[in-house]
Design a protein around this ligand. Sequence first.
Ligand code: GDP
Ligand code: MG
Length: 598
Amino acid sequence: MKNIRNFCIIAHIDHGKSTLADRLLDATQTVTKREAQAQLLDNMDLERERGITIKSHAIQMNYTAPDGEQYILNLIDTPGHVDFSYEVSRSIAACEGALLVVDAAQSIQAQTISNLYLALENDLEIIPVLNKVDLPSANPEEVTDDIVDLLGCDPEEVIPASAKTGIGIQEILDAIVERVPAPVGNPDEPLQALIFDSQYNQFRGVETIFRVINGSIKKGQHIKFVATGESYYADEIGTLKLKQEPKKEISCGDVGYLITGIKEAKEVKVGDTITDHDNPTKNAIEGFEDVKPMVFAGIYPVDTEDYEDLRASMEKLQLNDASLVFQAESSAALGFGFRCGFLGMLHLEIIQERLEREFDMTVITTVPNVSYHAYTNKNPNDIVIVNNPSDLPEPSTLNRVEEPFIKATIITKSDFVGNVMSLCIEKRGQVKNQTYLTQERVELVFDMPLAEIVFDFYDRLKTVSKGYASFDYAPIGMKESKLVRVDILLNSQTVDALSALVHFDNAYTIGKKMVEKLRELIPRQQFDIPVQAAIGAKIIARETIKALRKDVTAKCYGGDISRKRKLLEKQKKGKKRMRQVGNVEIPQQAFMAVLKLN
Ligand code: GDP
Ligand code: MG
């Protein structure tokens, strides 16, 4: 145990976490040249394409220190996006140390700070790494000062490095051995292991990734998962090198994988405790939470006949992504589909993309919303959970509505404080704190409704700050809000899939902008289509999509044959993401229109 080091890497997106991980794997010869492939840890296609780490993974390195002593270094990789912050917290709980990677040109960002706080709460030893010192735009002195201010450490503790050229890699390895404490735990106590990740393997089922806190786990052992209460046999256990290496035992303090024949990802919950079935631990490891989806949206097949195929695809997806939840729903406008819960907008996009790529489905995603709590006058103490605007009780019976709030932390340059403030206030934010981290860098803290930030907030923030702002958030609970449902009528028919819950004070403006946007997005047809926005029976805005002029259609049907065919093909392609509702065709963008109003 005294020669094990468990550590993670904390970094803001793009500061070089994956590149540094690759360098450490090279330096410890964990991968041979032939196996070396840029950004090894990001092994899902989608992750590689987007250049982000979606799921955390772990990898073990053997390292011989300059004094000849052999060490086991377990690198626990963490996802770099706010949608996955619970997983980050569990990975951090499995470590004794953290490399804090800061880009020498960009300095400290909000994501870095929030994950650093998590690491400090877990008493991790922090090793600051000043990365990208090779860049001409690097400001090593200034950024070192920023790090020293933030951590209260000595400037000598900050390791200048370049994950690109290899500067500082040896120093980092030595610092891990010298500064990160060895695990403490009792090998003689009953087994207590923390599940901090799981991954799905088509052939072997769910692979559980764990860190042993006390006791040890043996091949064949009868084990139990505390939170789910399920028991299994440890069919295979081992360590995670580039490939899995089966072992007879994973001992106290070490990290490994477990295969038990579990076929569904949802049986393995990140944060759960593994113990011995016959001699269970008395204490579950603290910090377990059931992950709750933050954003909900309907997913519908473009072709109603594909409903059963879509169900099968979603079930398969859920096998390897336990954070996806869904249930069947029906919409008057779209027919049968599913109400799905996601960790955030990135997660929603990933699911939609995987459905299309891996399962060849064409789907329509409806207006995303957060989860509201409504109370009726009849039962003012019973929560009605509203995951779909159509679930909101009738206004006349409604007692009150609560919506989820978050604490948003934004770090920006002092020049942009005004812009950022205006944006946050426009998004119904309340300023809670403003701190100058350095002369030029300001940390702003707001309480804001989650609904206002999950959608386009981050893009807007980047625009108003010319890219010099970073953002992070944490939930702070439900608060009462004056919310109403704005319905959209096409051709005098309510299209339920276009309804949105919005704050009363903004309802008129949003209704007006929505009908304008829909008039732009919905293709003209042979007849006039009135587009209306309404609150209850009251129409608050109206536009008309004018019928196509006769001569335009005439042109289509005259002309030569090849031109006609081209047109038809074009129409066919355009059909892809369109849904016929009544006699109006609605393109996918229209369902997202409410998110894109400025
Ligand atoms: P992550 O999002 O933190 O995992 O960041 P990546 O490791 O994907 O790195 C983001 C970008 O920065 C990539 O284009 C890397 O090639 C580049 N990068 C990483 N480390 C260095 C470095 O030390 N120097 C330079 N010049 N570029 C680096
Ligand atoms: Mg990465």
